[in-house]
Design a protein around this ligand. Sequence first.
Ligand SMILES: [Zn+2]
Length: 246
Amino acid sequence: MNDPGKYLQRLQRLAQDQGFSVETIAAAEPVPILAFVRPDPGNNGTVYLSAGIHGDEPAGTLAILKLMEGKRLTDEIGWHICPILNPWGLARHQRVNADGLDLNRDYRSAAANETRQHINWLKKKNTRYTACLTLHEDCDAQGYYLYELNPDNLPSLVPSIFSAAGKICGVDRSEMLDGSPAKDGVIHLSTDLEARPEWTETAYLVAHHTQMAYTLEAPGSHSLETQVEAHTAAVEAAIHFLLKGD
Ligand SMILES: [Zn+2]
């Protein structure tokens, strides 16, 4: 992903053809941080989908393009989509932003302009999301895995996500993932958000905008193409479950 400008041009054209409006969250280099918004047509709720907060993890950003290209983002629900939250990092394949900050640890202190503007935009949209899906890669993972924040124990999206992504790249069922204890591919960090000194994007979303947030990790041990495939399948399966319950 060394040309985010070209990527956004293509995504924007496809998105506008499919009834999305494009909103600028923040000016940034080399491209602005954009959101693609399509309202809920009825009462099925709105899903938040984001990627590219870690610039060295392009699979999620590419998965969003693939979903858009295939017209696979159902019009039965509303969508708020942020495909590149760290444009500087994505253009340079760097995890952090230009000031060396990991934006996905910055949602409590909001030290980075990217984070502050993103939070402002979320506040302005003032939406309760049915679910939030944030797309990542883990270069050490052998299969798909995820972090789940579901403090009210709503029906979990995990079985649907793993059944879809698992067919493509397997699920990493290691006892430790990314330095945290895991069970069957799921990491449940404490939902006591006040006790956490640093907030991820999903922690902020659960604190203010949703009851269910997922950090989906595609395995870097597989090809980029396979990771993109796994993310697209996971997103589709999650939405199918939200709409149909299976
Ligand atoms: Zn990441």
